[in-house]
Design a protein around this ligand. Structure first.
Ligand code: SAM
Length: 202
């Protein structure tokens, strides 16, 4: 799955379709504002950061200290040009091993559904480890059960994998999060499940 996803984003024209010139939309901004309201400091990790636009640009303009990780060599190169103030790491976010309690916030937009869903529980546990006790996370996940779902992005084959919203909530709670809010968004021909969560017991 990873090889196809990486190849799809490296070879495809992700920026060339409706995503070109994209800005943070009103609903995305509202959820980001809720995230900002829950974190006292400023270190943010962005998993599957893409080209850095629009989110990492938005975050650095809010004075966040941003670290982005992306598996696509092309996207990381673009991100470094688009947002030179941030740090970008090329690689698989599932294989990263950051120190515990490093980030005030962990975000991931439209990316986690590109790794096999069987790995999502372990990723959630990792994220829980990386985020500080008084931090928060904002992520998008798939809207329904799908495994090895084939489609197309930017003219290239693409793959998606996801559990249902109910199961994702349970997995996040099992990983040590309390759910602050969820939101299912239909936007153009896509549906995404947004989750704002914080470490349990805050
Ligand atoms: C739909 S794009 C979203 C990019 C960005 N978050 C945004 O909203 O513009 C998905 C991104 O996730 C990255 N990605 C997919 N699987 C990944 C993995 N296992 N590790 C790191 N990045 C990954 C892709 O290379 C791609 O840049």
């Amino acid at each position: 799955m990873r090889e196809k996803v990486k190849e799809g984003y490296d070879e495809g024209d992700y920026e060339g379709d409706y995503r070109k010139g994209r800005e943070v939309r009103e609903k995305e901004r509202e959820l980001l504002d809720r995230l900002f309201g829950r974190v006292s400091s400023s270190r943010v990790l962005d998993l599957g950061c893409g080209t850095g636009l629009p989110f990492d640009r938005f975050l650095v303009e809010k004075d966040f200290d941003v670290t982005g990780v992306d598996i696509s060599e092309k996207h990381v190169k673009m991100a470094r040009e688009n947002v030179p103030e941030a740090d970008f790491i090329e690689g698989d976010f599932f294989e990263r091993d950051f120190e515990e309690n490093t980030f005030d916030a962990v975000v991931s937009f439209y990316a986690i559904f590109h790794i096999p869903r069987q790995e999502h529980p372990e990723l959630f546990t990792q994220i829980r480890k990386w985020v500080k006790e008084d931090g928060a996370v904002l992520i998008t996940l798939g809207p329904e059960e799908m495994d090895n779902h084939h489609g197309e992005i930017g003219g290239q084959e693409m793959l998606w994998s996801s559990y249902s919203p109910e199961k994702n909530i349970k997995l996040l709670e099992d990983a040590g999060f309390d759910i602050v809010t969820t939101y299912t968004e239909d936007y153009r021909d896509e549906t995404h499940f947004w989750v704002l969560a914080e470490p349990s017991g805050q």
